[in-house]
Design a protein around this ligand. Structure first.
Ligand SMILES: C[S@@+](CC[C@H](N)C(=O)[O-])C[C@H]1O[C@@H](n2cnc3c(N)ncnc32)[C@H](O)[C@@H]1O
Length: 287
């Protein structure tokens, strides 16, 4: 089933970038969903009989995926980051941030001392996915999450509830840091919109199903990135750290802030997520 769905997806020249990186992974995901398998235990449960109803469910979704180019996550109403499931629909972009594996796989220096993060912030939270993964990664932390979209926050609220994190993840509606007054955090994670205007105009159909305000970052894509660099130090504790995803914009970021001492995390092909301390941000007073 996985092979035959993957061949259909390949023949249809779908774009894979919304929770699956290629046709096989997407086919695997659809099969798992139709058979009601848990991703975390997939290996152990693959050898079960397949009902006619499950086959029909798979076929219907595959046809719709190909005919409409809608991301599979919207058709299934779910997306996964590692072992964590999130509800998603068209009010939010499909979770796929490279910050999630960093939080989960202990790839960043601060995660070696999980107890050191007591307050974390997820700016531009969308479905709430990074705030929720941060709350799982730092069991002692209180997490604030901000988004400008009321629709996105409705989805985030549903996810926070499903993960039973209402006590530790607080959602705020507003423009970047505006709803947070003078609060400070040991860790700020953010996956802001960063697609530049010319790229927005050429996006594959799958991306056009997502809210434009989750993707569009102004003419050069760096409008929100610039505001976050300029304002983050006021919301970080002395040893605090900003972790920001800027997608394929590394060269543009380095051109615009050539002296800013950014560390680029070793995820994906290396230039997707940058880290910088409060001290470094203050020293270079980016604006
Ligand atoms: C790339 S999405 C990231 C969503 C989520 N963090 C993730 O990784 O899947 C960016 C989010 O930023 C929100 N956003 C756009 N402009 C904003 C602003 N000025 N202040 C706060 N949030 C904003 C959008 O509504 C969207 O949910």
């Amino acid at each position: 089933m996985i092979d035959s769905l993957a061949s259909r997806f390949r023949r249809a020249r779908l774009h894979h970038g919304h929770g699956a990186t290629d046709a096989e992974t997407e086919a695997f995901w659809l099969v798992a969903w139709a058979l009601k398998l848990d991703f975390a235990t997939l290996d152990a449960t693959l050898e079960q009989p397949v009902s006619a109803a499950a086959l029909r469910r798979m076929g219907t979704i595959a046809e719709e995926r190909i005919a409409t180019r809608t991301p599979l996550a919207y058709l299934l109403g779910e997306a996964w980051l590692g072992p964590w499931r999130f509800h998603v629909d068209r009010r939010v972009i499909v979770p796929r941030s490279f910050i999630a594996p960093m939080l989960m796989a202990q790839m960043a220096p601060w995660i070696k001392r999980p107890g050191s993060v007591k307050r974390a912030l997820d700016l531009c939270t969308g479905s709430g996915c990074l705030a929720i993964v941060a709350a799982h990664a730092f069991p002692d932390a209180q997490v604030d999450a901000v988004d400008l979209s009321g629709h996105a926050l409705q989805v985030a609220r549903r996810n926070v509830k499903a993960h039973v994190l209402e006590e530790r993840v607080a959602l705020h509606k507003g423009n970047l840091f505006a709803p947070l007054a003078a609060k400070r955090y040991e860790l700020i994670v953010t996956n802001p919109p960063y697609v530049k205007a010319t790229a927005m105009a050429r996006l594959p159909a799958e991306y056009r199903a997502e809210p434009a305000m989750a993707l569009a970052g102004g003419k050069d894509g760096l409008d929100l990135v610039a505001r976050i660099f300029a304002q983050a130090s006021r919301h970080l504790t002395p040893k605090g750290l900003l972790v920001m995803e800027t997608g394929h914009q590394r060269a543009a970021v380095e051109r615009r802030w050539p002296r800013l001492p950014l560390t680029w995390a070793d995820v994906a092909d290396g230039g997707i997520v940058c880290l910088i301390s409060r001290d470094a941000l203050e020293a270079f007073s980016v604006g």
